[in-house]
Every structure is written in structure tokens, then in C-alpha cells.
Design a protein around this ligand. Structure first.
Ligand code: C5P
Length: 218
């Protein structure tokens, strides 16, 4: 591992789940431990980058040398990311952002009535796609956690979100675990990484990323 791969670069990452409030004590969330995003933030800092980590609610310590911003909802995560992108060379979206949020969050705890209840959900912004669509985007890396057809879905996401690099994994291979099986998809095709711990994988991903940066019109 070459510690200077990202020297002089600024990297902004998202990690963890988002939490979309229904009322003061309830909400909708995704299952995400934040381990992969935190491992990547750590690997980027170790590789010499200035790192800003925008994190949803997780129970993980902040990696050494990383600036951390805690958020709850997808809207807060988007604002935190957009506010920190100035001068960024790389954006890595690792967060499991909730696709929908309640249309309105109740000010007070909703009381049960015994009746059926309907919750109206509205779509959240796609943070990764928005960053990639900026006039001068940083080099964008996305993640795709799928339960089947990884190649097709991951490559589809790469095209739909217009990002140069997607890291894909099958959820049954890694969710909440310390190690994972991932495949990198980029303009040159498909690059499976050997199964490994999330920290080792994060270093391999940083290595691959730094190789792509050289060719990216910055
Ligand atoms: O479409 P899907 O949610 O599976 O795409 C996953 C990738 O997009 C991840 O990199 C995730 O962080 C990012 N994403 C995002 N904002 C969303 C949804 C996904 O940044 N609202």
C-alpha cells in the first residue's frame, strides 16, 4: 500500500444510512453499518488526502485525520455534501440513502387509533447523481449493493447516474459483516477484487481510484 496515492487531493464521502423522521420518535431507515464508508475514509486519509466524511447515524469512531459531519436525513446529507464540495477532486457515495421520506414529519408523537394508517412518501434527491451532474464534477465513485444480477444493475447505475466508477457487491456477501466480496466497474470493464476485510478492500479501491484519477480530466 502506497501511502501517498491521494496526496494533495480532497475527498468527500458519504457513509451509513439516512434516517427519515415520521414523528419525533419514529422514522424510516436503511440497514447500513457504515463500516465500508468509514474504512474508505480512513484509507483515503492514509493515502494522503484531505477527507470530509458526511455520515448518517452510525455507532463508529471517526477515523484519525478525517473531518466528520453527522447528519440524519437525506436532505441534510445532500446539503452537507454540496456545502463541502468546493475544491474536491473525488466524491465517493457509500451511504445507503433512503430513496423516500415521509411527505411531512409530525411535530408531536403520533397516537395509535386502532385504524389503518397511510404514510405518504416522496422521493429523496439522488445525491450521487446530483454531484455527477454538476458543471465541473469531482471524480465520482458510487456503490451498488444488489441482491442479484450484480453486473447488469451495477453497470446500469454507472450509466444512469453518469459516474465513471461503481463498486458493486451482493448484499448477502457483505452487509453488516467485516469482510466483503466486491467488483469494480469502470470504463475499462469489470475488475473483481479478492474477498477481504473492509479495510483491505478500501485500500484496493483507493489504489484503483488513484489510477483512474491520473486519466480523469481534472
Ligand atoms: O440507486 P442506488 O441507491 O442503488 O445507488 C447507490 C449509489 O447511489 C450509492 O453510491 C449511494 O450512495 C448513491 N445514492 C445517493 N443518493 C440517493 C441514492 C443513492 O447518493 N438518494
Amino acid at each position: 500500500f502506497q501511502p501517498k496515492w491521494l496526496a494533495g487531493r480532497k475527498v468527500v464521502l458519504t457513509a451509513g444510512p439516512t434516517f427519515e423522521a415520521i414523528d419525533p420518535v419514529r422514522g424510516i431507515t436503511n440497514s447500513s453499518s457504515g463500516k465500508m464508508g468509514f474504512a474508505l475514509a480512513r484509507a483515503c486519509a492514509h493515502a494522503g488526502a484531505q477527507v470530509v466524511l458526511v455520515s448518517g447515524p452510525v455507532g463508529l469512531p471517526t477515523p484519525f485525520g478525517v473531518e466528520r459531519i453527522d447528519v440524519a436525513s437525506a436532505l441534510q446529507m445532500r446539503d452537507a455534501v454540496m456545502g463541502r464540495l468546493a475544491g474536491a477532486d473525488v466524491f465517493i457515495g457509500v451511504a445507503a440513502v433512503a430513496d423516500y421520506r415521509p411527505e411531512a414529519s409530525a411535530e408531536h408523537k403520533i397516537k395509535k387509533s386502532g385504524e389503518a394508517m397511510t404514510l405518504t412518501l416522496v422521493p429523496n434527491p439522488d445525491i450521487l447523481a446530483e454531484v455527477a451532474a454538476l458543471p465541473e464534477p469531482p471524480f465520482c465513485v458510487g456503490f451498488a449493493a444488489e441482491s442479484r444480477q450484480l453486473d447488469a444493475y451495477a453497470e446500469g447505475k454507472r450509466r444512469n447516474k453518469a459516474v465513471p466508477m461503481i463498486v458493486g457487491n451482493l448484499v448477502q456477501d457483505g452487509l453488516g459483516q467485516d469482510d466483503n466480496l466486491v467488483v469494480i466497474y469502470d470504463d475499462d470493464g469489470k475488475h473483481p477484487l479478492p474477498r477481504g476485510g473492509k479495510m483491505g478492500l478500501a485500500q484496493r479501491i483507493v489504489e484503483h481510484l488513484s489510477g483512474r484519477l491520473g486519466r480523469h480530466p481534472a
